[in-house]
Design a protein around this ligand. Structure first.
Ligand SMILES: Cc1cc2nc3c(=O)[nH]c(=O)nc-3n(C[C@H](O)[C@H](O)[C@H](O)COP(=O)(O)OP(=O)(O)OC[C@H]3O[C@@H](n4cnc5c(N)ncnc54)[C@H](O)[C@@H]3O)c2cc1C
Length: 359
């Protein structure tokens, strides 16, 4: 069937922020061949390309996108291949992420359980190496099948090729070069759930009285914790229009983290150095908590600037309350970044992809 290229298609309804202008050209693809056909069409016309999945990690500028947006929602299919102790699961890029996690948990396959409740599609998962509650997808991804636009050919990338790191990958560093077509994960049949994150451990201990939790219990608990922070998509939640965390947690040299801790103690923000959230992040590096920095810099949850604001339940969530423009959101993001910089000397880095706009 011929592809249906449309013009001036509103993008806001296709993003979780519900912000931004239209796509000059837009096409939905339902197969790998169609994806390649759409790319060829853009190349022939000299149009730039933007790949769109679930739109849950994107901020679109008010002017929209002056090129071809390729929506990958139609790439569907999941395959489970039993390999003895482990199972290789391959899912097409347009599969809803959380459906895949639910199916893995239903089959008692360990490896994705802590990533329950994250919005978006499978194809978006490797882009920023999604992670939550002590787990990230780089732990289980064994292969990413992608169309490499640089060499105009389909490639199978290993986990090493993807160069995963905290909320980053080769895909994020070089956006739109690779069109992720499917992702393969190695999951452990009957494996133990990942129970590494303090908040999750405490919540489960309170519930189960110390018995080892099942994958299902982990999934349910993660979703409950996320819901309490407006970190699942819920049409009844006033904080629903967001991209989750707007800034990544800063990874800084240990000496820089020491400086922040000393400052916090000296200024009476904490009584003890150990009260500043800080985690090891590789040799000589520490991860600080962006949400903590934002709140201690004086920006409270629930702060409003017109029709945008800080989530009432999560200091890292910038939210749109309806009726705003992307410019308003970016002004708030700049204010947050400037306030944290002035207070702690740390520059926050935005997590979502900024399309035709900048901080
Ligand atoms: C409420 C909420 C909670 C969230 N919680 C988390 C969390 O806990 N952890 C976390 O890591 N993230 C979280 N996110 C962010 C987001 O859900 C994930 O990053 C998700 O994987 C993005 O997938 P998507 O399909 O929506 O990507 P999109 O937003 O459509 O795209 C994001 C980027 O990936 C590119 N892209 C998308 N699909 C492809 C593809 N097939 N091939 C090549 N490039 C592609 C896009 O061009 C863009 O650059 C949250 C978001 C929300 C709204």
């Amino acid at each position: 069937m011929a592809l249906d290229f449309r013009e001036q298609v509103p993008l806001a309804p296709l993003t979780t922020f519900e912000l931004g202008g239209p796509a000059r050209f837009f096409v939905s693809v339902a197969s790998e061949d169609e994806a390649q056909e759409a790319l060829a069409w853009a190349a022939d016309g000299g149009h730039r390309v933007l790949l769109l999945g679930g739109g849950s990690n994107m901020v679109i500028g008010d002017e929209g996108f002056d090129g071809l947006v390729i929506h990958l929602e139609g790439l569907r299919g999941v395959r489970f291949e039993d390999d003895g102790d482990s199972v290789e699961v391959t899912a097409a890029a347009g599969e809803p992420w959380d459906d895949l996690v639910a199916r893995a948990v239903d089959r008692d396959l360990a490896g994705l359980e802590c990533l329950s409740g994250i919005p978006g599609f499978v194809g978006g998962a490797p882009i920023q190496n999604i992670g939550a509650y002590g787990q990230d997808v780089s732990e289980t991804i064994v292969r990413v099948r992608a169309f490499d636009r640089k060499i105009a050919s389909i490639v199978d990338l290993t986990s090493e090729d993807c160069e995963f790191s905290y909320r980053a990958s080769a895909f994020k560093r070089e956006p739109d070069r690779h069109v992720v077509l499917s992702v393969s994960f190695r999951l452990e049949a009957g494996g133990a759930p990942a129970l590494r994150y303090g908040e999750l451990q405490r919540a489960l201990a309170a519930e189960s009285g110390g018995a080892a939790p099942s994958l299902r219990q982990i999934r349910d608990q993660v979703i409950a914790l996320r819901r309490a922070k407006s970190m699942v998509l819920d049409p009844d939640d006033d904080n629903r229009r967001s991209a989750g965390s707007f800034f990544t947690n800063p990874i800084v040299p240990d000496a820089e983290a020491d400086r922040v801790v000393s400052l916090a103690v000296a200024e009476g923000l904490v009584q003890e150095p150990g009260e500043v959230p800080r985690y090891p992040a590789g040799p000589g590096l520490s991860k600080l908590a962006a949400g903590w920095l934002i709140e201690r810099a004086g920006i409270a949850k629930g702060t409003r600037r017109g029709n945008v604001g800080i989530s009432t339940r999560h200091a890292l969530g910038l939210v749109h309350h309806g009726g705003a423009r992307t410019t308003d959101l970016l002004a708030l993001a700049r204010e947050v970044r400037r306030t944290v910089k002035d207070r702690f000397g740390i520059t926050l880095v935005p997590e979502p992809r900024l399309v035709n706009c900048a901080l």
